[in-house]
Design a protein around this ligand. Sequence first.
Ligand code: DX5
Ligand code: ZN
Length: 218
Amino acid sequence: MSHYIAIAPSLLAADFSTLATEIQKVETAGADYLHVDVMDGNFVPNISFGPVVIEAIARHATMPLDIHLMIANPDQYIAEFAKFKPEYLVVHAEATKHLHRTLQLIQSFGIKTGVALNPGTPLTAIEEVLPYVDLLLIMSVNPGFGGQTFIPEAIAKIERAKQMIVYQGTKTKIQVDGGINKTTAAACIAAGADILVAGSSVFGATDYHQAIVGLRGE
Ligand code: DX5
Ligand code: ZN
């Protein structure tokens, strides 16, 4: 039986001069979540935006937010981002010294947890904490920039992540982020992905609805 594939457009690729309109357009187009990329110029070699901009985003979006923190020492900012009541608050396993503690901190705000793994980070980084992980984000590019090319080894990693989830019996969803287009989306779905993040392939399209439907393979 085929499972529902959720699409989370990454706002990073949107026109920031008309953010409210972009959010509304992508919502009407059928997006399931709004993926919000926070970059600090330290954990990743790029700076995007922070709480001030997200406050405005949260005010305009009615779909749930999925906040992807590409920042060092995420614990320091969890409370700040929890205020926006996102569906998922995602931290990088590489960015925190005590992942278990970070996940408990997110849960203490009643928010679902997410852990992202860079392409160079093995799945064993989350093996021991999987029962605390609602969303496992497999990065299919090195984080920091939109519009990069999908790293093909991510497919086998998704398959292995799925096996780990089934083996441990957790309800963890698998999300994939980076270089998602119609072709790579189909391969991710076949490998077991539940949620696809897409920046340029949605916001770069003339018809957002067609782009979203196309990624689901409908
Ligand atoms: C990359 C970000 C992604 C990015 C995806 O560091 O985490 O969410 O916006 O952009 P595309 O879909 O263009 O690769
Ligand atoms: Zn992202």
